[in-house]
Design a binder for this molecule. Structure first.
Ligand SMILES: [Zn+2]
Length: 138
């Protein structure tokens, strides 16, 4: 089964901060064919994928028009994703075609904490949500 992989080894709470087990939260999206129903679910699962260095999932959920050819997961740096907080969402529900998720993430790079805030754009294509890009801050 899929949960033999990452979760089984770590018995972890989902990195996205939901306080649910990984296998009841973002795990099924990252490790099986299930696809997030909302933009926020996709955003959370992509955060978890960053935390778990699941590059394939990040590429698969990135809108083809904006997906970078090379994805840097900071694999060589000592980066730890510490915390995620979803600040605001606009649209992005099951019946929508577009959505915005604003979030704050805390990461530690080489022992130093950094805070990043982003308004992410999501689009639905063929019934699936994809990450498009970070919106420019006005
Ligand atoms: Zn999660």
């Amino acid at each position: 089964m899929w949960f033999n992989s990452v979760a089984k080894k770590k018995q972890l709470l989902c990195p996205c901060g939901s306080e649910l087990d990984y296998e009841l939260c973002c795990g099924p999206f990252i490790e099986t064919d299930q696809w997030p129903a909302t933009a926020e679910q996709l955003m959370r699962s992509r955060y978890s994928a960053y935390a778990l260095k699941q590059k394939d999932y990040l590429v698969a959920t990135w809108y083809s028009g904006t997906c970078p050819a090379e994805l840097d997961l900071y694999e060589n740096a000592h980066v730890k994703w510490v915390n995620l907080r979803v600040v605001n969402t606009e649209a992005g529900a099951e019946q929508d075609q577009m959505g915005i998720v604003e979030f704050t993430a805390i990461m530690k790079a080489n022992g130093r904490a950094e805070k990043m805030t982003e308004r992410s754009e999501f689009i639905k294509q063929d019934g699936r949500w994809y990450y498009v890009k970070a919106q420019e801050t006005p």
